[in-house]
Design a protein around this ligand. Sequence first.
Ligand code: AP5
Length: 215
Amino acid sequence: MKKIIILLGPPGAGKGTVGEKLSKLLNFPLISTGDLLRENVKEKTELGIKAKEYMEKGELVPDNIVFSVLFERIKNDDCKYGFILDGFPRNINQAENLNKLLEDGKTKVIYLKADDDFLIRRLSNRRICEKCGAIYHLINLPPKVEGICDKCGGKLIQRDDDKEEVVRNRLKVYHNLTSPLLNYYGNKGILFQVDATKKLEEIVSEIIKIEKNNG
Ligand code: AP5
């Protein structure tokens, strides 16, 4: 049976950072709809051009665009035993469509919890590699050489949507459209809450325990 881990949480909660570690430890691919969309924006594909106008305002990209990038990706062979989702689903319609697709899968949802003020502060110090997308934090998880990616030598930049006014809108969108998923998955008995303000190693080991101990 396929295993699916959904990382659910507000912007900056650490879905990408935690997901990367889990992916290595559990040997499942990490699939981030944000990264898939950013690749399309960078390549100026038809979908990317449409997605860009929503992403730069911090709005959700229309479901049909997100479905086409995601469903194409999870058809790949590396997803046949399971995968980790970062940033999907983000509304009830996306969750319902995912259910249909994964009828034979075993899903666990990890809710990375943190409050808005903490997240706004955290995101102001995030930097990403413009080449490979690796995630850094100027204070907590800095690169070895300032401004340069440890993994590929690419240049570190600030994401366009990490400007404070856009972050505030992303948080608003999260509270309106994504947070109802907490009840949705809570009612199904598959939601597990983790404190996203803890040290990365603690968060990861908590999730590994949840993964091993809860069927
Ligand atoms: P997306 O890329 O998914 O952004 P997000 O959900 O807003 O999440 P972030 O990537 O900002 O944060 P994160 O939780 O991954 O945190 P990170 O690990 O980087 O989406 C971007 C846009 O794409 C959306 O606004 C929307 O337009 C569109 N989109 C994407 N998916 C969509 C969908 N399904 N439907 C519709 N539209 C969609 O960590 C943050 C910082 O904290 C980093 O600097 C990191 O180094 C640091 N950090 C993380 N964890 C720790 C820790 N434990 N200790 C210390 N520092 C830490």
